[in-house]
Design a binder for this molecule. Structure first.
Ligand code: NAP
Ligand code: MG
Length: 507
């Protein structure tokens, strides 16, 4: 049975009992809520803990706290903010193995993936701290335009105010940290709503923020069901910005209820891999398996369908078959060597199974896997998948290698672009000109050549087009999203200190 092991450092974030009952974090204190929800571990389908379910009163308290305490972080000298975040980073580094093991128990991800996520979070903190020094403005002499010739302006970047971060279950620690750090470094207060499926590892990080001296009310952590708690937060007009990472359907819903808040949406995708006639098939096969199966396919940047040109189709499938056992599948709480665990829940496995069966009914061939027990879905290989199958079009979010045959590069590009999504993609070819033409033609926020998409610390900017969202995520890009521009104009004419536009130039 999955077990949570938290050292006494984290005693304040929950109350002990048959199951640990986790609290919410508001105004610098961990507090119990009236309502709770069960956290079921996907590793064994059993209850692991109880999570607070914040109600309207809890949310009002959190929003009030984030507003009333705005000045604490805003007026803190930037160098003090940096020193504080550095202490937090060292604290997470110190507790990272404990946090990673809790993440394994609650999310079912392999220990290597959990460790990778915590390390990426730490690295993202370091990079955000470096880039926060670039929150600078500019000086604009006005005499380049006739109407401002006797004025000058200084353009400064200010905090937006209260930022609401909402993060998804697949990277609950990383995506939460990737919102909090830029927001705080830019001088905002934050309300963070982690996913209900696996919020605990992140809440351990929140406790490290508190114990490192983060001023009370600067960060609030609110758990609760997306539809109730999330809606109450998203509609609250005392929140200035929502930074949301999650599914396209929830993102669209949030955009429709958010009112005039700034909204940044990082949504779902249907990552295309294009294997062209001149691809290195050894690299393509290995990378396409990795991109499809890593984290049991539960990645927004997963390779979700592979479009293979017919002249190399059979050879490519042979390579994929050689690599399908690259991942060691099983219960990650039983062995540290497992590299692919269950998906997030038995319901998610059922959903994936329906998509696989639908494709087989429509003519796809199952060459491996296709079975599941509870939340454990086997690494699966489908070939000859018709474009009419649901799995050819909708985000899979499961460990299914989905191969589609296309005639040539042109058809591969057309099929790739005939999608409502536009998040991530990759192209396999050894020819520079084919690479250039294809990468330019793809309607996708990101495209990688000869490797599976992988975004690690978001050192390279990341974000979607079409129904994959808007706004860019990335070290400095996210900081910029979380600031607003103020233009301060100085009229120098009363003292004749500006430059008078004479307009005397004539042909
Ligand atoms: P989700 O169901 O959309 O949930 C994401 C977050 O939104 C969770 O915290 C959820 O809370 C909350 N939520 C649900 N309904 C809400 C509402 N009405 N108002 C406000 N918040 C609400 O997504 P998920 O299943 O956790 O994550 C998988 C999805 O995220 C995939 O589509 C994946 O592609 C996408 N994703 C995108 C990126 C990217 O960078 N583009 C990165 C990672 C993941 P509960 O957990 O309480 O329901
Ligand atoms: Mg969900």
């Amino acid at each position: 049975m999955a077990k949570l092991k938290l050292s006494s450092y984290f005693d304040e974030i929950y109350t002990k009992g048959e199951f640990p009952k986790f609290k919410i974090f508001v105004d610098g204190k961990w507090i119990a809520t009236k309502k709770k929800q069960d956290l079921i571990s996907s590793t064994d389908g059993k209850k692991l803990a109880e999570i607070a379910l914040a109600d309207a009163e809890d949310i009002d308290y959190a929003v009030e706290s984030a507003n009333k305490n705005k000045n604490k972080i805003r007026e803190m000298a930037a160098i003090d903010r940096l020193e504080l975040m550095n202490r937090v980073m060292l604290g997470i580094e110190e507790h990272k193995e404990e946090i990673a093991r809790v993440l394994v128990a609650e999310s079912g991800k392999a220990l290597s993936s959990a460790r990778g996520e915590i390390n990426a979070s730490i690295e993202r903190m370091r990079l955000s701290m470096e880039d926060s020094k670039k929150i600078i403005g500019e000086y604009l002499p006005g005499d380049w335009a006739s109407d401002t010739s006797e004025k000058v302006a200084i353009v400064i970047r200010e905090p937006i105010g209260v930022v609401l971060g909402i993060s998804p279950f697949n990277y609950p620690v990383y995506t939460s940290i990737a919102k909090i750090l830029p927001a705080l470094l830019a001088g905002n207060t934050v309300i963070l709503k982690p996913p209900s499926a696996d919020p605990i590892a992140f809440m351990m990080c929140a406790e490290i923020f508190r114990k490192s001296g983060l001023p009370s009310g600067t960060l609030q952590v609110i758990t609760g069901s997306g539809s109730e708690t999330g809606d109450l937060l998203s509609t609250n007009n005392k929140i200035d910005m929502i930074s949301f990472t999650g599914s396209t359907s929830v993102g669209k819903h949030i955009a429709s209820i958010a009112g005039l808040k700034k909204v940044h949406l990082e949504l779902g995708g249907k990552g295309n891999a294009l294997v062209l006639a001149d691809a290195d098939l050894e690299i393509a096969g290995k990378q396409c398996v990795k991109g499809s199966l890593e984290l049991a396919g539960q990645r927004c940047d997963a390779i979700s369908r592979i479009l293979v040109v017919e002249s190399v189709y059979d050879k490519f499938i042979k390579k994929v078959k050689e690599h399908i056992s690259d991942f060691k599948f099983g219960d990650p709480t039983k062995s540290d060597d497992i590299t692919m665990g269950p998906v997030i829940s038995a319901e998610a496995a059922e959903r994936i199974d329906k998509m696989v069966k639908d494709s087989i009914n429509k003519g796809a061939k199952l060459l491996a896997g296709g079975k599941h027990k509870g939340a454990y879905y086997e690494p699966t290989l489908l070939v000859d998948v018709p474009l009419t199958a649901e799995i050819a079009n909708e985000e899979t979010f499961g460990p299914v290698i989905t191969i589609i045959k296309v005639k040539d590069t042109e058809e591969a590009i057309n099929v790739a672009n005939d999608s409502k999504y536009g998040l991530d993609s990759c192209v396999f070819t050894k020819d520079f000109y084919n690479a250039w033409e294809t990468m330019k033609a793809l309607q996708s926020g990101n495209v990688t050549l000869n490797a599976a998409p992988s975004h690690g610390t978001a050192y390279f900017p990341f974000g979607g087009v079409k129904e994959s969202g808007y706004g860019k995520e990335g070290v400095g890009y996210t900081i910029e999203e979380m600031t607003t521009v103020k233009t301060m104009v100085f009229d120098l004419s009363p003292k004749h200190l500006g430059k008078t536009y004479k307009g005397t130039f004539k042909e």
